[in-house]
Design a protein around this ligand. Structure first.
Ligand code: TMP
Length: 219
């Protein structure tokens, strides 16, 4: 089991396609650094060099290339590497760790979205093996309607050389289930989640994140 003498703070950014997580994470990191905080950023999949190789396997190519068990094992392998090499070492040093996606993505995409599992036990068991009782302190859920999110996502992919569209290339019902799944997770853990309406401009969304964070740390 992975434990950390947690002195730092672990904050995750979650959301469906095109919600703007990555941009918002970078802006939030800048805000924290301007407030003299030491920040480490990571992403899943792909927060480490080995993780990047796992990411390439996962996000490129045919959407049916893995059976569902193989797929989640790869996500948890990447998560384990991220936890042991990046997240826990940084938290042990008292840093704030920001992660672009974490375990809620697996529950939202592989459980709620893909609809291939009768229950969450396989993911919950794997999470226990990989992370033990460790959890993010705060999770920002960037919520956006599915159509707007996918339009943003395809537009961004046109500018990229590698076309990371394996998960975008599934039907719209998948993305609707995924969005509802995230909202359900947020309902189950209101003390951890902060839902952010991600439909506005980048500046508006950044402002909402900062305001919500400042409010949360005062509570
Ligand atoms: P990204 O959109 O943050 O770049 O993430 C890459 C893709 O991987 C995205 O389509 C969501 C998907 N994903 C899962 O399906 N399950 C997971 O556990 C994670 C971390 C990501």
């Amino acid at each position: 089991m992975t434990t950390s003498n947690k002195k730092g703070v672990f904050i995750t950014f979650e959301g469906g396609e095109g919600a703007g997580k990555s941009v918002q994470l970078a802006r939030f990191a800048e805000y924290l650094q301007n407030h003299n905080q030491e920040v480490v950023t990571t992403r899943e999949p792909g927060g480490t060099e080995t993780g990047k190789e796992i990411r390439r396997l996962l996000v490129e190519g045919d959407k049916d290339k893995f059976d569902e068990i193989t797929e989640i094992l790869l996500f948890y392998a990447d998560r384990r590497i991220d936890l042991t090499k990046v997240i826990h070492p940084a938290l042990d040093k008292g840093k704030i760790v920001l992660s672009d996606r974490f375990n809620d993505s697996t529950i939202a995409y592989q459980y709620y979205g893909s609809n291939k599992f009768a229950d969450r036990r396989i993911m919950d068991n794997l999470y226990q093996i990989v992370a033990g009782d460790f959890k993010p302190d705060i999770t920002f859920l960037l919520d956006i309607d599915v159509k707007t999110g996918l339009e943003r996502s395809f537009k961004k992919a046109q500018t990229m050389t590698n076309k990371e569209l394996r998960f975008e290339n599934v039907d719209i019902a998948f993305h609707e289930r995924l969005r509802q799944g995230y909202l359900e997770l947020a309902k189950q853990e209101p003390e951890r989640f902060i839902i952010i309406d991600a439909s506005g401009s980048m500046d508006e969304v950044s402002q909402k994140i900062i305001e919500a964070y400042e409010k949360r740390i005062k509570e």
